[in-house]
Design a protein around this ligand. Structure first.
Ligand code: SF4
Length: 949
């Protein structure tokens, strides 16, 4: 087969725009056989934005051939080719116009898009941007946004796609062909061609895994595995941890030739092990570079194996969980003298339900058309690769997450042992692995889901390590709170009944009506009588949502909230006037839904008796799940509207102009009693660790948040702050421009932003980019982005902004690292978890101290509560919260012993106020200086020029 890979550079994307460069690469089978490229004289001036994107200017094209000449070269090459391109619709439109203008027939061959192919064939690929795909595939992309270079790399990517196609089993291809129609889609046609090829050459069919129920799978049956060790192995382990660790260290030194003892890590190992031995809780702050995860994994495994105890480790982020799974556990499995088992166990909705997916494929139920088909195709290929069935291995685009939601595992609709997929089930496998593992790695959300499910999900445990513990309280609030979202309520209804064709109930009704059985017919009729009630419920929910939205829209000012959301807090002692009317509406919904759900319950229990005969077992289970979900939604709504629990904070939240984005949120004001009950009183030993637990060298704030009392004589809690392994005094300079303007006053912000852009630009020129700027406000970020871009473009320094150039943190970080002369502006998620070691980051700028907005309902309620207790809410809550975030931000700068850099704090409150010292005193010992803004650049130059560390 012959492919023509095409790329155009143009003066823009409108129909009046012109082609300025052509890149064409011809592939025969899977080899590049020909290339054609040319600049094109467009006959019009090239806009400056295109010049800066492509590097092609008017001078370069002034002597280039006109399009007519170029087309005369191109058209013969396109003969009998399948046209391929990266986002080909754009190039195809220009091609068709060019053909038409110069008297050629339109291109009527097949057209394939590499983005579509990549989505399906490489399900884990995290970005489809051409240069990032090249990076993932190790393809050198010499000149991005130049047609010859873009066409060349697209051709190489397409060859990778062809190779991947060939690796797929015939069964996967046949499944794909059921998803992509060969008549209406060229992708479907190509899948068919691949099937024909495989059928003609059966030897080419690579069986990567096994076939089960007409699916090609990588996963095998789960079940009993050989024990990882014998009892005598455990007995042979040294009885004291110090001797054990001395042995392990020898193995580490043998493995890593440049291994160096880290004092802080050794202290941590000993503290953690002692805490387990003495059955105490430990709060231990360990900064970057400590080797924190090994600092707790080694003693946890030693203690667990020696005493035959199950050990749990919980993280907040997926990144850390993956790092433990991919890096630390394999290392320890190699080094430990005896075998052990470790398992990752996440929340149930992370695992694919194979039964639901099979059903979906059978029904060809694709609500979002092409989007859903692409996701289904992606998952079919993924099934031939995955052993975990975990959604985090997949990169979803568009509506992919919604599709996942329809096929994710869940308790209510699980057939358990009666399921034909049970022995391959990803969730049950993960659960079984967790129950037999010595060490279980999970996440904070899962810990709380387990407590809510009365400890029925996680295996029983008494020893727990909580990493990233500074998030523990906040995750507890979120999970122990109750939330009703407009979409989730509607989703629960639509699962059951959307219209006469879609939904579980019409499907069941149809199946029952076809049963050769009087009862079936009667049940089918009974279902039909319930359907109007469900529709009516949806109308009432719409009405209630509209009224609640009007309420939040009339009482809230989106400019006051950082996210631009409408937020309105509700208080039981001060309900809005119209609340009673809303309550009547909700009461009605409650009664009607109860009636329908009860009838459905009764009906389902009758049908259940004959579900096997009628072959509707799966459907009945799914409907029972949806019914339970609707009960939950009904109860949550009822709880919210009553505003009755004084321990909860209630608020409404919505996007401006979008009533359908309404959320009703209720969160416990204080989660510490529950943390006490389920963790600190129930567990023998809980280790809490993070790089940011203390404020001004004290753990009081974090202990109070978690309800821990370190001062009681019989306290079980010990706190330890480890020395950082970095020499911060030589590695980091904190510079505070002491005359920097304040943001206060009428024109304060405008003046502040102008000075900020000016100062950042001067510093960025000195450091040649390599600068991360942390904001607390999206709006300020956007305004600074525009101003800074203008100032830095003459110096060839790029500016990347979160929410401007992309919202994807990893993508922005990668772009920043790949382009050393750039400045990255980030908010929220950039304050922590971003790891940019080495020269790529030299300067970190903190724009304003990261105080939480005091008008957020939960913060406001907590402050009120502190006031009631005669405590100062600013000092007790706002300052410590901000200090912890500030420390997180500061931690972005120095990631290894070789890093050296500057932190600039554009907020004079840090030196002008009495609380400012808490921020500076909490840092791990950098050099701190303040100076007039005019001396900033000179000092930076001097500091960076000082002797190497
Ligand atoms: S056992 Fe349950 S979760 Fe697993 S595939 Fe079957 S129904 Fe889905």
């Amino acid at each position: 087969m012959k492919f023509a890979v095409l790329d155009f550079e143009t003066t823009g994307s409108q129909t009046t725009d012109r082609i300025i460069q052509v890149g064409l690469v011809i592939i025969v089978d899977d080899t590049i056989t020909d290339r054609y490229t040319s600049l094109v004289n467009p006959g019009i001036s090239i806009p400056s934005s295109i010049i800066s994107l492509t590097g092609i200017d008017d001078d370069m094209v002034s002597d280039a051939p006109e399009l007519e000449t170029v087309m005369a070269h191109m058209v013969p090459l396109l003969q009998d080719c399948v046209l391929v391109g990266h986002q080909i619709a754009f190039d195809l439109a220009f091609l068709q116009r060019a053909l038409d203008e110069h008297g050629y027939f339109s291109f009527d061959g097949k057209v394939l898009d590499t983005i579509e192919a990549l989505r399906v064939l490489f399900p884990s690929l995290s970005s489809f941007q051409l240069s990032l795909v090249c990076q993932a595939f190790g393809i050198e992309h010499e000149r991005p946004h130049q047609a010859d270079s873009d066409a060349e790399v697209t051709a190489l990517i397409w060859i990778r796609c062809l190779m991947r196609f060939q690796q797929l089993s015939l069964l996967t291809l046949q499944r794909l062909s059921m998803v992509f129609d060969e008549v209406t889609t060229d992708f479907g046609w190509f899948v068919r061609e691949m099937i024909t090829f495989k059928e003609m050459f059966p030897g080419e069919d690579v069986q990567t895994g096994q076939n089960y129920r007409q699916f090609s799978l990588a996963v095998k049956d789960w079940g009993e595995e050989d024990p990882p060790r014998e009892d005598k192995d455990v007995l042979a382990m040294p009885d004291d941890f110090a001797s054990f660790y001395a042995q392990l260290k020898l193995a580490l030194k043998e493995r890593f030739k440049d291994y160096e003892d880290r004092e802080a890590q050794e202290t941590m190992l000993a503290e953690v092990e002692t805490a387990f031995e003495q059955e105490r809780h430990l709060m231990i702050e360990a900064g970057t570079g400590t080797g924190k995860s090994l600092g707790y994994l080694i003693p946890a495994l030693y203690y667990g194996l020696k005493h035959d105890k199950k050990m749990l480790v919980s993280t907040h982020t997926i990144n850390l969980q993956e790092q433990i799974r991919e890096r630390d556990i394999p290392l320890l499995m190699d080094l430990f003298p005896i075998g052990f088992r470790a398992a990752v166990f996440k929340g149930r909705s992370h695992y694919l339900c194979l039964r639901k997916f099979e059903h979906k494929m059978g029904q060809q139920d694709f609500e979002y058309g092409k989007e859903d088909r692409l996701t289904a195709g992606q998952m079919l290929v993924w099934l031939s690769e995955t052993e975990h069935g975990d959604d985090e291995e997949l990169h979803f685009s568009g509506k992919g997450s919604q599709f996942w939601h329809t096929v994710a595992s869940d308790t209510d609709s699980c057939l358990n042992r009666a399921c034909p997929w049970f022995k391959k089930c990803f969730y049950h496998r993960a659960r079984n692995n967790a129950s037999t593992a010595d060490l279980v790695i999970t996440n904070h959300s899962m810990l709380f889901t387990d407590t809510k499910a009365e400890s029925r999900l996680l295996p029983s445990y008494k020893h727990l390590v909580i990493d990233e513990a500074h998030h523990f309280e906040e995750v507890a609030s979120k999970h122990l709170g109750i939330e009703v979202a407009y979409g989730a309520f509607v989703g629960a209804l639509w699962w059951l009944y959307k219209d006469s064709r879609t939904g579980q109930l019409p499907t069941l009704s149809l199946r029952l009506s076809k049963a050769d059985n009087d009862k079936g017919l009667a049940w089918s009729k009974a279902i039909d009588t319930l359907l109007p009630g469900l529709l009516h419920l949806k109308e009432e929910w719409d009405e209630l949502t509209d009224l609640l939205y009007q309420l939040v829209a009339s009482r809230s000012d989106p400019t006051q909230s950082e996210s631009g959301q409408l937020v309105y807090r509700l208080k039981s002692e001060n309900k809005p006037g119209q609340w009673d009317k809303l309550l009547v509406l909700e009461e009605n919904m409650y009664l009607k839904s109860s009636e329908i759900l009860k009838k459905l319950d009764r009906l389902l229990s009758e049908v259940k008796d004959q579900q096997e005969v009628l072959d509707v077992a799966g459907l009945v289970t799914d409907i029972s799940g949806s019914v339970k979900e609707l009960y939950r939604q009904r109860d949550n709504l009822h709880f919210f509207m009553a505003l009755a629990d004084p321990n909860y904070v209630y608020w409404l939240e919505a996007g401006s102009n979008k009533s359908k984005s309404l959320q009703l949120i209720s969160v416990p004001l204080d989660v510490s009693p529950m943390l006490q009950e389920h963790f600190f009183e129930a567990k023998a030993s809980v280790i809490m660790t993070s790089a940011t637990l203390s404020v001004g060298k004290s753990f009081d704030y974090t202990c109070e948040q978690l309800g821990l009392d370190t001062t009681a004589p019989d306290t079980k809690v010990k706190t330890v702050q480890l020395q950082s392994p970095f020499n911060y005094r030589q590695q980091a300079l904190v510079a505070i421009p002491r005359d920097f303007p304040s943001i206060r006053g009428n024109s304060g912000e405008k003046h502040f932003l102008a000075e900020l852009a000016q100062s950042l630009a001067e510093v960025a020129v000195e450091t040649m980019g390599r600068m991360l700027v942390l904001f607390t406000s999206n709006r300020m970020l956007k305004l600074t982005h525009a101003a800074l871009k203008e100032k830095l473009s003459p110096f060839g320094i790029g500016v990347l902004g979160q929410g401007v150039d992309s919202s994807n943190r990893s993508k922005l970080t990668r772009l920043f690292q790949n382009n050393s002369a750039s400045v990255l502006l980030g908010t929220s998620s950039f304050w922590e978890g971003v790891d940019i070691p080495g020269d790529a980051l030299t300067c970190l700028a903190i724009v304003r101290l990261p105080f939480q907005p005091p008008n957020h309902p939960l913060v406001e309620a907590k402050m009120e509560n502190l006031k009631k207790l005669n405590l100062n809410p600013f000092m007790k809550l706002s300052v410590p919260q901000a200090v912890i975030r500030f420390k997180q931000g500061f931690g972005r700068l120095v990631r290894t012993t070789k890093d050296k850099g500057i932190v600039i704090i554009y907020d004079t409150r840090v030196i002008d106020t009495s609380y400012g010292k808490y921020f500076l005193y909490s840092l791990p010992g950098p050099k701190i200086e303040h100076m007039p803004t005019t001396q900033l650049v000179g000092r930076i130059k001097q500091w960076m020029g000082e002797s190497e560390i």
